[in-house]
Design a protein around this ligand. Sequence first.
Ligand code: GLU
Length: 484
Amino acid sequence: MAAAVRTRIAPSPTGDPHVGTAYVALFNYALARQHGGRFVLRIEDTDRERSSSEAETMIFDALRWLGLEWDEGPDVGGPHGPYRQSERTEIYREHAERLVAAGAAYPCFCTRERLEELRAEQKASKGRFGYDRRCRAVDPAEAARRRAAGEEHVIRLAMPTDGEIVVADLLRGEVRFAAEQIDDQVLIKSDGYPTYHLANVVDDHLMEISHVIRAEEWISSLPKHLRLYQAFGWRPPVFCHLPLLRNPDTSKISKRKNPVSLNYYRRAGFLPEAVLNYLALMGWAMPDERDQFTLDEFVAALDLAKISLGGPVFDLARLAWLNGRYIRDLSPEGLVERLRAELLGDRHLLAVARLAHERVETLADFVPYAGYFFSGDLAPDEAALGGMVMRGRTAQETARALREVLSEALDPILDWTAATVETALRDFCARHDIKPKELFMPIRIATTGRTATPPLFDTMAVLGKEICRRRLGLAADALGAVKA
Ligand code: GLU
């Protein structure tokens, strides 16, 4: 009997839940379902500084919103747990020691200063970059003594130094790498934590993953991963690297040109089934080439080998078009139900009511007063653009300031509340020597389309991060396009 199909999604909880995570999750989910296998969610949180529990919760919520339920994972358990890498560090250490004992990995005592010098030399001589493998020559007994004496070190993988490393990818066939180009990868850092490569391979093996379906950007890791499988004496899974999603201008998908957070799509009123359907069209076409199909139909039809590698373009306008078709397929009652689920749900209505109830005379005032809490994009008109320009600055300079607000102050906030937004914006003003009043008016107009609103930070909190981001980005684009 063929081994069971077990797939996984292995996101790192380091930011807002990314549309690329949903894309990869969808194909993994579909393959597992098609074969009656299991779909695993593993949280790769070995980067302790960048990982957060807010980001983890958002991944769970976004995948559940889409309907991509997992069979095993940190919150649902399963026979191969724990499913959070930060809870598995002993396992990685023990596995790294096995490799050291077998001579496939070695302790490296080189200091940061030495590595920096090495890098500078390599840069000057335009030579090969990477670690020069000096500690590979340290006698193992001597290395063991130095470790026992507490000398700081990392553990590195001993890669072959010549010849070719040939790896198989389901979509690309054999991919070849010159061994000398591949670094002796750090497996365990000096703080005892594993790097992505070690943790990922050990977990894929122990969790009995049969197919590793992930984004193209990980192909360059394959030679290291393959070496790890060989060094452990394990059989590697099937590898399938999905093409990168692209912006309409074919650059790699980025938040500058497309909303990339799944929270945006949810809050801006996209239907989860339309988002999934659209993602399924990225590199995949149904045998009869129809655009609209259900998740079950996708599960039944998927054939990984037929995924096309020509960079699929994620085009918001096309997704909106498809979403419109899904909306029209709903009955009026169905539409009401969807509205009540998110935009006109009690939670959101109550949050808006808290801000509006002092400011309306009749119930009928509520909708016109609070309209911007219930809409998606705003297109600023000339008057709005004029009002946004900061004193003593041009429209272009204001646009630049708003973009900096986005990237420096707002993007990093994962716990989006009136208080966190206020702190981030005030810190930004202090850092850039801007009077808060001067910055807050353009932000108010950009996010609401109005010059008078309830208190700005409360308003932004209720609008949510994604709507604020998107409207500020659009306002910056419109300001940047104003003729000087
Ligand atoms: N933690 C990696 C990520 O965030 C996982 C890559 C993989 O699937 O191996 O994408």
